[in-house]
Every structure is written in C-alpha cells, then in structure tokens.
Design a protein around this ligand. Sequence first.
Ligand code: A2P
Length: 268
Amino acid sequence: VLAKPADLEAVAGPSAFVQEVTEVKHYTDRLFKFRTTRPAAFRFRSGEFVMIGLLIDGKPLYRAYSIASPSWDEELEFFSIKVPDGPLTQHLQKIQPGDALLLKKKPTGTLVNDALTPGKRVYMFSTGTGIAPFASLIRDPETYEKFDQVILTHTCREVAELRYGEELVEATKNDPLIGELASEKLVHYTSVTREDFPRQGRITDLIESGKLFTDLGVPPLDPAIDRGMICGSMEMLRDTKALLEKAGLNEGANNKPGEFVVERAFVG
Ligand code: A2P
C-alpha cells in the first residue's frame, strides 16, 4: 500500500495534496512520530488537525491527525498511535522516508489560542498521543505572547511513552526562535499510571487531590486567570472537563472564545 509520490497524484483529487515522508521515529510498540514535506500553500493555526490518508486496496483512506509542528515550521510533524488492526495505522506504521501520503487541504480544530479568552496561565492537559496539538502550540510564539505561564501535562501508561514529549520540550527550550520564551514560561508536568515513576496517577486524580497545584506552587484553578486545553481519550476529556467546570471555567469554541477547549486524540 505504500506508494511513491507520483503514484498518488492520480487519486489525490482537488481536495488533497500529495506529500513525502522525510523522517520516521518509533518510540514504543504503540507510538511513533513522522515528518513530511509541507506544501507552500498549506496554512493552519497551531493546534489544528488535518486528514491524512494512504491508498488502501485502491481507495484513499483518511484519518484525522493533529498537526504537531508549529505553523512556522517548513515541514509537518505528526505523533501517532499504532493499532495492530487499525484500518489506517496498521499500514501507516510501516512508512519510511521517501514514501508518499495524502494530506487534505483544509485543517480545522478547536485547540487554538483564538478559542480562549485572555488569561495568565494556560494548562494543556494531555494523555497519550493527545500531546500532539500541544507540541504545535508550545512551539508557537503566540502562545507565549498570550500567557505568562504554559503548563503542559502529559500522562501515559508507561514511562517510555513520555519520551516524545521529553525530547520535544528539551528541543523547544533550546530552539533559536522560541527557546528563551519557552525556558521562561513553559512547565512540563509528567505522570505515569501503570509503571513505577517519580510521579504516578491520572491527571484527573492529581487535579482533584490538589497535588498538581502544590507540585507547581500555584493556586487552585481560578476562572479569572486560568485557561485550559484538553486532549486525550473520550473518557479523559469527559472527566477532565467536569473538573474544569466544577472550578468555574466555561467551554469555548472558535466562534465563542471561553476559558477552556476540548478535542479528542484520534485513534485507528
Ligand atoms: P490508566 O492507566 O489508569 O488507564 P490511553 O492510552 O488508554 O488513552 O491512556 C493514556 C493515559 O490516560 C493513561 O495513563 C490512562 O490511565 C489515562 N486515562 C485513561 N482514562 C482516563 C480518564 N478517564 N481520566 C484521566 N486519565 C485517564
């Protein structure tokens, strides 16, 4: 099913670009990242997602992927789960540099700075591949213009699943463009639920017990100054959203900015 760029041009149609894979890195048997070329005409806001496709049994099959690279990057980056019988990811996990994939032309999404009202501190709550849209946002200077403090939480089942985020935050703090801002404002808060690790537990439990706030040395959630973005499984979204609402934060959208926004981490 893996094709070269010329093989896909015929099926791309007017709504998709054909792009080339430039880099692939596998983290665990469940997670990998890949980078692709970016069409000059492809514009998006940091935090948005786009449909990515492969030609499978002669037909294009697309799934939604958060764009993990910032809007100024000349390439595109994605962080993906590998599902053994996942319709797309069973094939996508085999891609190599030089292979081609389809990229729909229209990105969209709610995890964007524009959907949040101004505040002092933004929490980006993520589990698993839900870190992807935040990988984009923490590399966008606009995030640091809008907020004094950016707290990226990432909770995974296993320690090795935190690696992508650890590399990302280190590279961001050393980046010539945003390294200085990120070093000053970005906090990376990790926890693990199914292995030994210095900090254990679901983010929802860490919020409820107040441990998140004592660990960070900040006051509890306050709708006057705190903003939230949530990305993870359906259950994680539901439970985290309920805690933010309990703290008095209201959900926003592109056409009606609010105090927090939510988006599902896509799988399959
Ligand atoms: P747990 O190990 O207790 O299920 P997944 O890979 O299933 O999406 O899980 C990623 C992380 O999200 C895991 O650490 C998992 O914890 C956690 N998680 C799963 N469900 C919830 C939930 N409802 N609220 C908060 N965290 C959750």
